[in-house]
Design a binder for this molecule. Sequence first.
Ligand SMILES: [Zn+2]
Length: 130
Amino acid sequence: MKKYSIEKPETAWREKLSEEQFRVLRKKGTEAPHTGKYNMHFEDGTYFCAGCGEKLFDSEAKFDSGCGWPSFDKAIDGKVEYIQDKTFGMLRTEILCSNCGGHLGHVFDDGPTETGQRYCVNSASINFNK
Ligand SMILES: [Zn+2]
């Protein structure tokens, strides 16, 4: 198992996180589309990991992909870890917080901007600050 800078026993994560945050970040869950609080949120600021507080995305990278989850065309350098995910009979790239290993969502290479990337992130995995 990879070691992260921030590691906590499951009970400590349960105490720190809401039930939905725990399900998504620690159990690789997915929130229902079009329900997350940051899906249609376009203020200027920074998005942080809801688990450990690490900076993950700048609001400049956020765009409306129509997919139902907050979407970014790039992450802040070095903050996101990429893992091949073969669950559900698909080959996808899972994205995690590189600081605590929290599940963020997946990244796809069908983005409409010049980076060509679409980071599809659960609102439950992130917090916003201006
Ligand atoms: Zn984190």
